[in-house]
Design a binder for this molecule. Structure first.
Ligand SMILES: Nc1ncnc2c1ncn2[C@@H]1O[C@H](COP(=O)(O)OP(=O)(O)OP(=O)(O)O)[C@@H](O)[C@H]1O
Ligand SMILES: [Mg+2]
Length: 326
């Protein structure tokens, strides 16, 4: 991992209009002012509960959803409004791995064809080169021996093998940046760690930068270097994994960490805790800090003014009035 930035996200907002008959439209503010840097070769985990805007943020970073406000700088180049050929270039540089690869594969295509398609679309004309690249990708994700897999159809593969195929498809155009959106949440516990280790290996051997989206903090330490905690369309805490887990600074991070179930199957007394209160509605965020209605430490200022992101110690940032010295 280097200190160079591959993707710079600046005050990104993604608002979805909700049409109302004869009334001015309202907006679902799925992402509402997010800034962070993704470093070259790092894995940044993006965690937060359902509906907080993780997928919308990930897809917008890949330009699969149009940003409403803000800027995206990739490798020094402004990609916020790329189109045509330039956008096609970015689509080769940056790829997505989805939670459920099965629904994104054509069930009538064998593995070879699934992997060949992106190469054909992107103008790899030589058949020999395409075959070489397919073999290389299968090797990288350890779908071996290759002859056993290359003519199989998706339904003939196990969940873990299908996710390996999805990773091979993401790798085939040799991207430098991958958004992995809950890549292991649909897999059996026994194969989850295997797939995360495979992603880790690729991150290190190929220097790929990852945005790893998950609602499960228990998996982040296997794969990520830093962690961003998202709440109601905003990032509320960002720092090294170890720091965020052991010396978290935001009450929401504290609640998320307390909600991690005990991995020891013999300990039956520990149940998964639920974070009290309802998540907020993206159409009407409360004034002040968005977490204040659920925060056990809320003060007067939290109800009226939104806390800015503040670097409390080197590389560890938090948006919380409790951490701002007045
Ligand atoms: N196309 C859309 N139109 C309107 N609202 C949308 C659209 N896409 C997402 N939203 C809303 O934006 C918010 C964020 O959704 P998003 O899917 O990004 O959350 P998430 O953090 O990925 O959740 P999960 O953990 O359940 O996958 C949600 O309230 C969702 O209903
Ligand atoms: Mg999602």
């Amino acid at each position: 991992m280097s200190n160079k930035t591959i993707l710079q996200v600046e005050n990104l907002k993604v608002w979805f209009p909700i049409k109302r008959l004869f009334k001015t439209p309202l907006y679902a503010k799925a992402v509402d002012g997010v800034s962070f840097n993704l470093l070259k070769g790092e894995s940044l985990a993006l965690v937060g509960e359902s509906g907080c805007g993780k997928t919308t943020l990930g897809k917008t970073c890949l330009r699969l959803i149009e940003p409403t406000f803000g800027r995206l700088i990739y490798d020094g180049r402004d990609i916020t409004h790329l189109s045509g050929k330039d956008l096609k270039w970015y689509r080769r540089e940056a790829q997505m791995i989805y939670q459920d690869p099965f629904s994104s594969f054509n069930p009538f295509f064998p593995v070879r064809r699934i992997l060949e398609e992106p190469l054909i679309v992107n103008g790899v004309k030589s058949k020999e080169e395409r075959i070489n690249r397919i073999q290389e990708a299968l090797q990288e994700v350890k779908l071996l021996p290759i002859e056993d897999f290359i003519n199989k159809f998706p339904h003939m593969l196990s969940g873990g093998q299908r996710q390996r195929l999805a990773i091979a498809r993401a790798l085939i155009l040799r991207p430098k940046f991958i958004v992995a959106d809950e890549p292991v949440s649909m897999l059996d516990a026994s194969v989850r760690v295997e797939i995360l280790y495979l992603l880790k290996e690729l991150q290190i051997s190929q220097g790929i930068s990852f945005l790893y989206i998950t609602h499960d903090i228990a998996t982040v330490k296997y794969f990520s270097d830093r962690m961003a905690v998202m709440y109601s369309g905003k990032i509320v805490e960002l720092g090294e994994i170890r720091k965020v887990i052991t010396s978290h600074l935001h009450p929401y991070t504290e609640a998320l960490i307390e909600a991690i179930p005990d991995p020891d199957p013999n300990n039956r007394n520990v149940e998964r805790k639920v974070i009290p209160g309802e998540p907020q509605n993206p159409v009407a965020w409360p004034p002040g800090c968005r977490f204040h209605p659920r925060c056990p430490y809320a003060m007067d200022i939290c109800r009226v003014e939104e806390p800015p992101m503040n670097e409390v110690e080197s590389g560890h940032q938090v948006a919380c009035w409790l951490r701002i010295k007045k």
